[in-house]
Design a protein around this ligand. Structure first.
Ligand code: LMR
Length: 312
């Protein structure tokens, strides 16, 4: 299996590193526009192989997409991260052009690839990549739900003083402050979370999850990378190993949840064909309202992208 990661910044390099040391692919190609940058990161990861004992070949290239040809999966992390005070949506005008041109190059050399978008604003960059690629919606998706759910699970594990391994959760909607964590579908070793934690504490964790990315931007002056990179690698693994894992993933909805033509995070089954199935939960009225709110927000940013593209 061959996997390309476009963008050798913090998130892309972390993703490539996880793919290599967990031997998720035989070959990982790292691409960047900055001369020598991807080559250096890939060489560093390769030099770690004798220490961590893996044989995934890691190769870095400067903007040479011919080297990515025939990739099974491509992860797009290109674009700018945010700085303190910025929302993810503030990145749209810079990142849209980058993601669109990267997608053109990716599809030209790997027409059979499955594409995972990580760049922000996530849902709208997934829209940009999907439109540019002209691939079926099952093969172009965005990584956010695994990351947001991981933050929610990590905060819960800390509050309950239990292993994060035992916390299962679903989270839906856009990758922003309107995301929709679902306490009704959150369990700790099979026990509904609502039986283990007071409502007030749970609500505080939900609010912290919604702004989890921003909390890290404030602390570090730039966006997170360990959890985002690992989350993208987990999606690659589910695809290349045909694991049929159930994850929240951003995909174009075509009638599911009564939503048409908007890109949102929903639970899916992820396997060798990409999105094998979209799972439709029976949401209650309050959850439907929260999802509608998230849909409205993502649609506004999608419309903003349409305007940028129309005026270009
Ligand atoms: C995240 O959630 O960590 C990413 O979307 C990056 C960011 O700026 O928040």
């Amino acid at each position: 299996m061959k996997v390309t990661v476009v963008g050798a910044g913090n998130v892309g390099a972390t993703c490539a590193d996880v793919l290599a040391y967990r031997e998720i692919a035989n070959e990982v190609v790292l691409v960047d526009i900055k001369e020598g940058f991807a080559e250096g990161k890939a060489l560093d990861i390769w030099q770690k192989a004798p220490i961590n004992l893996y044989d995934t070949r890691t190769v870095g290239v400067t903007n040479d997409y011919s080297r990515t040809a025939g990739s099974d999966v491509v992860v797009i992390t290109s674009g700018l991260p945010r700085k303190p005070g910025m929302s993810r949506d503030d990145l749209i005008s810079t990142n849209a052009g980058i993601v669109q041109s990267v997608t053109e190059n990716v599809v030209k050399h790997s027409p059979d690839a499955i594409i995972i978008v990580v760049s922000n604003p996530l849902d709208v960059m997934t829209y940009a990549a999907h439109m540019t690629s002209k691939l079926p919606r099952t093969r172009v998706m965005g990584m956010a739900g695994i990351l947001d759910t991981a933050r929610y699970r990590a905060f819960l594990a800390e509050a309950l003083n239990v292993s994060p391994k035992d916390i299962q959760a679903v989270l839906m909607g856009g990758h922003g402050d309107t995301m929709v964590p679902l306490p009704r579908y959150t369990t700790v070793g099979g026990i509904p979370v609502t039986e283990l934690i007071e409502e007030e504490k749970l609500n505080a964790i939900i609010e912290r999850t919604k702004t989890g990315g921003g909390e890290l931007v404030k602390l570090m002056g730039t966006s997170a990378w360990y959890a985002p990179g690992a989350a993208a690698a987990q999606m690659v693994e589910a695809i290349v190993r045909d694991q049929r894992r159930v994850f929240p993933v951003c995909v174009k909805l075509e009638g599911e949840y009564g939503i048409d033509g908007v890109y949102l995070g929903v639970p899916v089954i992820l396997g060798k064909n990409g999105i094998e199935k979209i799972i439709e939960l029976q949401l209650n009225e309050e959850e439907k309202q929260l999802l509608e709110n998230s849909r409205g927000h993502v649609k506004e940013v999608m419309d903003a992208l349409d305007k940028i593209n129309a005026s270009a």
